[in-house]
Design a protein around this ligand. Sequence first.
Ligand SMILES: Nc1ncnc2c1ncn2[C@@H]1O[C@H](COP(=O)(O)OP(=O)(O)OP(=O)(O)O)[C@@H](O)[C@H]1O
Length: 579
Amino acid sequence: MKAIKHLMQYIKPYIWITILAPLLMVIEVFMDLLQPTIMQFIIDEGIAKNDMSIVISYAIIMIVLAIIGLGGGLGCIYFSSKVGVHVATDLRKDLYEVMSYFSTKKRDEVGTGKLITIMTSDVEMIQRALMMLLRIFVRGPLMFIGAVIIVWFTARELFNILLVIVPILMILIITFTIYSGKIFRKVQQSVDRVNEMLSENLAGIRVIKAFHRMKEQMDKFLQINKKLTKLNQNANMVMGFLNPLTMWIVNLGIVAALWIGVIQVEIGAIQIGVILAFVNYLNLIIGGLMMSVMVLMQVARAVPSLDRVYEMFNIEGEERHQKQDLHDIKGDVTFENVSFSYNENGENIVDQLNFHVNAGETVGIIGMTGTGKSTLLKLIPRLYDVSKGKIKIDGKDIQSFTLESLRKQIAFAPQKALLFAGSIASNLKFGSPNAVKEDMHHALDQANAMEFVEKYDDQVEHELSFGAKNLSGGQKQRLAMARAFIKDAKILILDDTTSAVDTISEKIIKNHLINDFKEQTLFIVSSKIATIQHADQIILMDDGRIHGIGTHDELLATNEEYREIYLLQQQSGGVLDAE
Ligand SMILES: Nc1ncnc2c1ncn2[C@@H]1O[C@H](COP(=O)(O)OP(=O)(O)OP(=O)(O)O)[C@@H](O)[C@H]1O
């Protein structure tokens, strides 16, 4: 109910054409309903009495009425399509907006597959249902009721046939509609799963190929797809049963009409034209019922879609407009007893973290994989919210600031260098929308990316393909770093952003980090001590906890595990000194 109310808000701007479309359909139905009666008149008064003038004049009336009906029908199609398409477009636009405000946690929970299905097939389902409702939902019942009334007045001797047939058809239709609604709900869930698997496999196609797991993935996909096929088949079977069953009942009605009708003609109670008109009206009645069923079926399919769309609008998003703005920060960052778990009541991925970073300092974070380094970083721009404790910037809890203003103060280069299709410049403008060429060159220099960008004829205007597949892993990382650098934010976070970068480039970038970012608070996660050796503090993470904290020299002197990592990396030649 609430979902329907919500949909009504989208129909409201098009309310006049939403009213006009069914009105035009009323004209078409009236014209259709008049045709059999005129035909009856032509047969009984024209042909039976050999009066050609009646035949011709009523045939002309029939044509005129048909043309008027056609005009009404076409108008209805035009306006109902307009409503459907516009409502769908507006819904998609708003869905895109709310989805972009989902908290990262919620987005993870819902899953990309479901989000894509909702934006595409669910919205389309609503669009189709809306169009059909405006076109056929008026036509169906009106044709049904109109035909029944006309039969009552023109062929009352045959009316009893309707009293038997119509209730049977109605029970049949209602049962089928309810049942098909349940099946379509399952179909939709199955489509979600297919989409989820598809998007995951397409994104990971190179990994699948590299590990030669095409067959295994294909088998998995086939299994899910098979389930969808079966559900679709069931749904179609339901529909497949309905048509022959109704036609059989209608045919029984026609046989009964002919039988009873002929007896009535013989005793002179009715004329032959009445029987023909009745058969025609019977077809209109069935047509009306079937059309209503089609609409109901479509509505039954659209209801789960409407619910799913409505659910998206109700998902707790990130707050947008309350709280105070964060301006001109110094850049002190404090973690006070911070714990975080991805799942409610799940194990803490980071646990009771306590540390303080002064503005302008660099913090290096190191530790085994899966120890919560990336998670720690994601808590600072509130990509996820802490489960316990507080993170403070300049002594104030980050929860008290608007997300927009908080994130303006933070430049974040995530572990996976995600770039967008478009020019290098457009990607850099993500970091700083007003950046000019000089700013871009400067940031690209700092990330040692100018070295390859300047080789392109069109330089920063060079187009990146979807997912920046025309770049190497190291090139992508350097551009992603440049995008963070150009933002010139007070807090700069680099999550293992040099893992695929060559040693010389890494050394250049490190020098820039040391010399150009003295005013910024830097968080650098790396698996290599050499990358963070210069940091004012190094945090050694172990199983979500801080296992050691201090400068490189302090940790070397006091922390066994740190010393071991350092020696191992020294032996494997991973040492990299800043100049
Ligand atoms: N979105 C998520 N949902 C649920 N669990 C997650 C999510 N992201 C990470 N984790 C889990 O949290 C733990 C820590 O992950 P995190 O990425 O923070 O580790 P990390 O130290 O950065 O690892 P690496 O060095 O490999 O990048 C892992 O066990 C991981 O499975």
